[in-house]
Design a protein around this ligand. Structure first.
Ligand SMILES: Cc1cc2nc3c(=O)[nH]c(=O)nc-3n(C[C@H](O)[C@H](O)[C@H](O)COP(=O)(O)OP(=O)(O)OC[C@H]3O[C@@H](n4cnc5c(N)ncnc54)[C@H](O)[C@@H]3O)c2cc1C
Length: 408
């Protein structure tokens, strides 16, 4: 058996899954390089949750307090009606609020993970993998910069559009489109803003959200139903124009998003779909996070899956003699959890994207009833047990690999 120090691992993608995997592999004695295509960390995006098992992993990594300190201060969720009134409110403390205890801006979590790992992990920015050649004991990697190198393992953590996945598996049809597109951008905060997550449903199947951050700006998102191939290969300028057209006449505060679009450089724009891959590994190359099993923001669990997958894969690689056995053990633990997380309630997302004013009004009325104190009280009786369970394990076991590994 080779000792871990001789094991060089390349990870593609420096977001959530990549640096979390890098942290644990480096802790177990592997030599880890993370290659990121962007010239620096990509800090865009909205609020994400670090819950249940992800919170447990963050604690083990010593970053829970940093995450807590970067809390967005969001007070809960408000649904905005067609007359710009608050149609329903779900305070953070309630059983039904989407706002979680550890609510953090995605970019802040990316920075925290980078800061926590940069001493023990090599980061290459502005480069990416262009070719992978599996050899008996290693993988030969060619980079866009022209560099070549060999690694014992290569792990793709480069997101839903992973090119490394394509190099590994070709065009396997694993993207399950859910019928909508989404865009995230950061816009200036103005006096009328508050610290609630404000959710506005417009007619013609459009949803706009504004959420507070801890940086004096507002995180905006736009989501709308569309045919799958509608906007493939759109340039960033095309995407901005499309968003402007989509928001035209939508009402509420959508005009300020249109006005901000020209000033923003990092607009995250993509179609929403789940990655359902029949295999996650081939030889010495594998994938984790959104690249392997993106559940979509509709589940609120993308970050959790990314961190749990990274923790488990590193632990199995450190504690198993044979890497193939490690990959199999990892998949055996992870796949049922992924399948559970990827299950969406019937009617999602179409039900919450009404086309007509009547549909919007009905939706907000129902939400108002559900948000009323008596209903929340009754609902709380049924949900408290589940919430408690989720906060502990969420249906996935996280072994303490320090006990089983002789490598630490
Ligand atoms: C800019 C951005 C904004 C986002 N905003 C939100 C949000 O607001 N809400 C939400 O729920 N989710 C958001 N996401 C997705 C969310 O981060 C993931 O669902 C989840 O955290 C899992 O993360 P991941 O590390 O697997 O993948 P991702 O977070 O998607 O990260 C993939 C990383 O790989 C890099 N990369 C891509 N291609 C290559 C390549 N060929 N070579 C090297 N590196 C590459 C990307 O630049 C990125 O840093 C966003 C992702 C990005 C990249």
């Amino acid at each position: 058996m080779t000792t871990p120090k001789s094991k060089k691992v390349l990870i593609s993608g420096a977001s959530i899954a990549g640096p979390t995997l890098a942290f644990w592999l480096a802790k177990y004695g592997f030599m880890v390089t993370v290659v990121e295509r962007a010239p620096g960390l990509r800090l865009g995006g909205q609020n994400i949750d670090v819950n249940g098992p992800a919170k447990h992993i963050a604690r083990k990594m010593g970053i829970e307090e940093a995450i807590r300190a970067a809390n967005t201060g969001e007070l809960g969720l408000q649904l905005i009606g067609q007359d710009n009134q608050v149609a329903a409110a779900f305070p953070k403390e309630g059983a039904m609020s989407g706002t979680q205890e550890l609510e953090i801006i995605r970019g802040d979590l990316v920075s925290i993970l980078y800061e926590r790992t940069k001493q023990n992990v090599t980061y290459w920015f502005g480069d990416s993998i262009t070719a992978l050649e599996q050899q008996p004991d290693q993988v030969r990697v060619t980079f866009a910069s022209g560099k070549t190198d060999t690694f014992q393992f290569v792990i793709a953590a480069d997101g839903i559009r992973s090119r490394t996945r394509r190099l590994m598996f070709g065009q396997e049809p694993i993207f399950e489109y859910l019928g909508l597109y989404t865009a995230y951008l950061t816009i200036p905060r103005q006096e009328t803003d508050n610290d609630w997550w404000r959710w506005y449903t417009a007619v013609d199947r459009r949803i706009v959200m504004l959420r507070p951050d801890n940086q004096g700006t507002i995180r905006a998102s736009v989501a709308f139903l569309a045919a799958e191939q509608a906007y493939d290969n759109f340039s960033s300028a095309d995407q901005k124009q499309l968003l402007k057209d989509t928001l035209a006449g939508a009402g509420w505060e959508t005009e300020r998003i249109v006005n901000a679009l020209d000033e923003v450089s990092d607009v995250y724009f993509d179609k929403v779909g789940q990655i359902k891959a029949p295999r996650w590994f081939i030889g010495r190359v594998g994938m984790i996070g959104d690249a392997a099993y993106c559940p979509t923001p509709l589940t609120g669990k993308g970050t959790t899956l990314a961190m749990v997958g990274a923790y488990l894969l590193a632990g199995e690689l450190a504690s198993q003699q044979d890497y193939q056995a490690a990959f199999m053990a990892y998949e055996k633990r992870m796949r049922p959890y992924v399948e559970e997380v990827q299950k969406l309630p019937p009617g999602v997302p179409w039900l919450v994207y009404p086309r007509t004013p009547l549909g919007v009004s009905l939706l907000n009325t129902v939400a108002g009833i559900v948000a009323s104190k008596p209903v929340q009280g009754v609902f709380g009786l049924f949900t408290s047990a589940k919430s408690k369970k989720e906060s502990q394990d969420d249906g996935i076991v996280l072994p303490d690999y320090r006990e089983s590994s002789s490598l630490i």
